[in-house]
Design a protein around this ligand. Structure first.
Ligand code: C2E
Ligand code: CA
Ligand code: CA
Ligand code: CA
Length: 277
């Protein structure tokens, strides 16, 4: 038994070592991902649920790893945040998506652009001046940009964050709270932060019509958003039943596989050309 215990200890040490090595390799790879042109922005349409019209697109980052294939953002954004690489990566996402959406709009679309930003970017050079420069560079009006931040950031409730976000707001850019409903239920920050949009997390939409708790939560969020005059977007809409439930309760905007998966720019263009509401 003693022997096997020792073997197990060796086994776990080896596993932890392996894990640490993998992380270090991934980190090194991520450092080069930008210059090696391995990152790509995908776009998911945001739709008016009743008419089916496309209102905008959300930029969603992808990493084409040379050996590991397509890596989803959940697997490398946290690493990018820890290492500070999110500064240059986030800048690139904003620059690239503004360029691509501006081009689509010049070709006749009228899409707003939604971009996810990480709180770490606050200390890594992303401020109102930087955003304004990118918008000007690509000839995109601030009204056409929506920045999405997660609830976690707002819960810290710091003066710096309020000032940071007010800078964007002053430009005319819109601000959304992403994954709304998944954080701690301190709604006080809705008053304190200059947000104008809430995105209902897809875990609640998934359970719509099957879980009474999700049903009540979603209708509570919808009526709260209405009385606070916040725009509301439901994420992860996969079935027409979910769409109809949301529309009947007054939730206007939605995105999800029911309409379209996130697509590379060229495919999005094709999809927009063929889409009939
Ligand atoms: P998110 O901002 O909540 O994005 C929505 C996620 O839901 C996306 O996952 C999207 O592909 C997925 N989704 C959309 N519709 C459906 C549906 O009908 N069913 C299901 N099951 N899923 C759906 P994705 O693209 O893997 O992104 C994951 C997260 O990574 C994002 O969650 C966002 O928090 C983060 N992220 C992505 N791009 C960026 C970025 O450029 N910067 C930062 N900071 N974070 C990013
Ligand atoms: Ca988002
Ligand atoms: Ca979300
Ligand atoms: Ca999310």
């Amino acid at each position: 038994a003693k022997q096997s215990g020792r073997n197990q200890a060796h086994f776990f040490t080896a596993m932890m070592q392996e894990h640490a090595n993998q992380r270090m390799t991934l980190e090194q790879d991520l450092r080069h991902a930008l210059e090696r042109d391995e990152l790509e922005v995908y776009y998911q349409p945001i739709i008016a649920g009743n008419s089916g019209h496309v209102q905008g697109v959300e930029a969603l980052l992808r990493w084409h790893h040379p050996e590991r294939g397509l890596i989803p953002p959940d697997q490398f954004i946290p690493l990018a945040e820890e290492t500070g690489l999110i500064g240059s990566i986030g800048e690139w996402v904003l620059e690239t998506s503004c360029a691509q959406v501006s081009r689509l709009n010049k070709e006749g679309q009228s899409l707003y652009l939604s971009v996810n930003i990480s709180e770490r970017q606050r200390d890594l050079g992303l401020d109102a001046d930087a955003v304004s420069a990118v918008l000007e560079h690509h000839d995109l009006k601030p009204e056409w940009l929506l920045l999405e931040i997660t609830e976690g950031l707002l819960l810290q409730d710091s003066e710096e964050t309020v000032t940071w976000l007010e800078g964007f707001k002053a430009l005319g850019v819109s601000l959304a709270i992403d994954d709304f409903g998944t954080g701690y239920s301190s709604l006080g920050y809705l008053k304190r932060f200059p947000v104008d949009t809430l995105k209902i997390d897809r875990e609640f939409i998934r359970d719509l019509n099957t879980d009474r708790y999700a049903d009540s939560l979603v209708s509570a969020i919808i009526s709260m958003a209405a009385s606070l005059e916040l725009r509301l977007i439901a994420e992860g809409v996969e079935t027409d039943k979910q769409r109809l439930t949301l529309v009947s309760q007054g939730c206007c905007y939605m995105q999800g596989y029911l309409f379209c998966r996130p697509l590379p720019a060229a495919q999005l263009k094709q999809w927009l050309r063929e889409y009939r509401p």
